[in-house]
Write a protein that binds this ligand. Structure first.
Ligand code: G6P
Length: 616
């Protein structure tokens, strides 16, 4: 939610800020803006709409400043309009600030400042913080040798409740930027004669690969040639510089129309990267470098609790089926947002596993923290290296799927399922799964990228099917067992990017309500691969056909699916049951993508959504 990016260096800041901001746009795109220090005045350019709109304005302004802050917004407090766009200026125009998060006690701070004749332009919580900093800046004399600007930020943050990642500039300090974080991510980029602060390392692409991941409660001061990290209590922190290992090309669109399309088609590679180097030499199990938990200790685990949000939660459901099947370990899955406030009684030998592409989703992060606080061992799958969850979990496995820019998750989802299968295999081999079963699974998993390519080769056929149904208003997605989470994911994908009503259900449950929706106007996407319950699926399809509901079937090659039973059939290759969920995901992603594209929707930036949800 919201992306912030700040730069100080030798080059003109305007263009650099806007370029970084474009890479952060996936975090929110309601409005965008920047502020620069121009001589001893702050100039703010901001506008409702995309970064491009602000870029046009900024170009006309011919900004000369070599430092500034910028923001792309996902609205929490206040309407989506020019006034509520960030940066926000303090009442006296001395301070400009960009913010990601929510200041929960903003109303009482506002009241206090109003009693001191401070007035406000916007409805945001952020403007209140800008004026609070200005208030302390004007009022307090810092101790000898201390930086007045920095101290006023620190002092103000002591009064703030809630979450924030901020970058602040002050008209009297045109060479300095102050950043701070609590609950929202913030990264420092250490360049050559330039330094940066951002919500996410992607904004540094092409400028620096040296980054310092800031922790909650830390405050950073950057100048062109220097930086310092301190705590809120002004204790100095020894920063650890990490090297980010990505190629700039990975986040470039290339010949694709949308990032979502690019990311769907990247899956043979992303899956290959997820698996690379992670099978034992004897080819019978998986191995992971960062679990930080010995096989002996893993054997003592009696239960696993998975927590996540959105698409990652669907990956947890797949993990539940696979781990219970291969390892015979009971698994529970909870929404992170529910778990964190539920005070669930957990058995002492429970392992808590969280899944998060971004590693920043606040509910997932807090579920992890709550589990750690209670003394549970925690593990995580994350895609973003160095993300907060990756740093706070006891152990974990990186997805290595590469940067995912499209708001709707695709390649990160399939890599999460792949890791779930590999963890299920690993846990299974620690328990009852035989050497032969293990080698069979490893062989099957290794074939996955090739099978995914075969499905991608059918993209034109899937596009034609998508366009045939693109005018329907309602869709039902059905599947049983391992295909149930896929039905949920298919429905979610469609609704988030095409704004059509779609519901996912376990197939047999349709008789308990959803069947009432069925008719010629409501197509059903039925995921029915070959398997033990195939015949039951066919019976459910008959029930839909009897009510004149159009059927788009996703089934496996060689499944004996009666051709006249479905209006359209998409075949996925026959494979091991742990691979099938990955294969089934591909046509679902393509269907959603092509329907949304046909309807003229903004596929990569669906309305009201953001990729990284850092507010509760
Ligand atoms: C947002 C994104 C989804 C994602 C979910 C969880 O809603 O739009 O694509 O699945 O957050 O994100 P995470 O980064 O924790 O996997």
């Amino acid at each position: 939610m919201c992306g912030i990016f700040a730069y100080v260096g030798r080059q003109k800041a305007g263009g650099i800020l806007l370029e970084g901001l474009k890479r952060l746009e996936y975090r929110g795109y309601d409005s965008a803006g920047l502020a620069v220090a121009d001589k001893d005045k702050l100039r703010v350019i901001k506008k409702k709409g995309r970064v491009e709109v602000v870029a046009a304005k900024a170009r006309r302004a011919r900004l000369q400043a070599v430092m500034g802050i910028s923001h792309t917004r996902w609205a929490t407090h206040g309407d989506v309009n020019d006034t509520n766009a960030h940066p926000h200026l303090s009442d006296d125009s001395k301070i400009a600030l960009v913010h990601n998060g929510v200041i929960e006690n903003y109303a009482s701070i506002k009241k206090f400042l109003e009693s001191r004749n401070c007035s406000f332009q916007s409805q945001t919580d952020t403007e209140v913080l800008a004026s609070l900093i200005a208030y302390h800046y004007a009022k307090e004399q810092p101790e000898e040798g201390k930086n007045r600007f920095l101290e006023s930020v620190r002092k103000s943050l002591h009064h703030v409740e809630g979450a924030y990642g901020i970058a602040v500039i002050c008209a009297d300090y045109p060479n300095e930027i102050v950043g701070a974080r609590k609950g929202s991510p913030l990264v420092l980029g250490v360049g050559n004669g330039e330094n940066m602060i951002s919500s996410d390392v992607s904004a540094f692409a092409g400028r620096t690969q040296n980054v310092v991941y800031l922790d909650d409660g830390q405050v950073v001061l950057i100048t062109r040639d220097d930086f310092s990290v301190t705590t809120m209590m002004d204790e100095s922190v020894q920063p650890v510089i990490n090297r980010v290992d990505w190629e700039i090309e990975e986040s470039v669109l290339g010949t694709f129309s949308h990032y979502m399309e690019k990311e769907i088609f990247e899956q043979p590679t992303s899956l290959e990267n997820t698996m690379r180097g992670r099978f034992s030499d004897d080819g019978s199990t998986a191995k992971f470098g960062g679990l930080n938990i010995a096989a002996r200790d893993l054997r003592q685990i009696d239960r696993i609790l998975f927590c996540a949000c959105g698409t990652a939660w669907h990956a947890c459901l797949v993990a539940e089926y696979l781990i219970e099947r291969f390892a015979r370990l009971p698994v529970e899955v909870d929404y992170a947002s529910e778990f964190r406030y539920r005070n669930a009684p957990l058995d002492k030998n429970t392992l808590v596993f969280v899944i998060s592409q971004s590693g920043e989703t606040i509910d997932t992060l807090e579920a992890l923290r709550e589990s750690k606080r209670k003394g549970f061992r925690t593990l995580a799958f994350t895609n973003v290296v160095g993300s907060t969850i990756a740093r706070e979990t006891d152990g974990g496995i990186y997805q290595h799927a590469g940067p995912e820019i499209g708001v709707a998750s695709t390649k990160a989802f399939t890599s999460q399922i792949l890791l779930a299968a590999m963890v299920a295999l690993y846990l299974g081999r620690l328990r009852d799964l035989s050497f032969n079963d293990g080698t069979e699974i490893v062989k099957a998993l290794k074939k996955t990228p090739g099978l995914v390519s075969q499905i991608l080769d059918q993209a034109d056929k899937i596009k034609a099917i998508a366009e045939k149904y693109a005018d329907s208003r309602d869709f039902l997605f059905l599947g049983r067992q391992l295909m149930f989470p896929l039905a949920l994911e298919g429905a979610l994908k469609l609704k988030e990017i095409s704004y059509l009503h779609a519901e996912g259900y376990p197939a047999a449950e349709m008789k308990h309500g959803p069947l009432a929706l069925i008719g010629p106007e409501c197509p059903t996407v039925f995921i029915a691969p070959k398997g033990e319950i195939f015949k039951k699926n066919l019976a459910n399809i008959q029930e839909i056909k009897a009510r004149k509901g159009p059927i788009i079937a996703i089934t496996s090659t060689g499944s004996d699916f009666p051709e006249d039973l479905a209006d359209d059939i998409i075949f996925i290759p026959q494979s091991h049951e742990c691979v099938t969920p990955i294969l089934a995901a591909i046509p679902l992603q393509l269907l959603a993508y092509y329907i949304a594209r046909h309807r003229g929707c903004d596929v990569d930036k669906p309305r009201n959504l953001a990729k990284s949800v850092t507010v509760e």
